[in-house]
Design a protein. Structure first.
Length: 81
């Protein structure tokens, strides 16, 4: 995740999501087995709202390969100082 604000962020911070990796699948059917490995990626963005000094909430949307579209909500508690 990459915040799109370079100075001190305000209450709302836009961000980008970029990810990549591998999917590996192993299947067995009786005495036959099958293994598949393929690349995967995801790309999206969202907004994070700082409710107070310790609590943030946000939403993001992403799409990628293996084909998917996802919208997620998140809540976080900031520990420490």
């Amino acid at each position: 995740a990459l915040d799109l604000v370079t100075s001190r962020p305000g209450r709302v911070t836009p961000f980008l999501l970029i990810g990549g990796g591998l999917f590996r699948t192993n299947e067995s059917f009786g005495s036959t087995s099958f293994t598949s490995t393929e690349g995967a990626w995801t790309l999206g963005g969202g907004l994070r709202y700082r409710a107070n000094r310790r609590v943030s909430v946000g939403v993001d949307a992403r799409s990628g390969w293996e084909p998917h579209v996802r919208v997620m909500g998140v809540a976080s508690i900031h520990l420490g100082r």
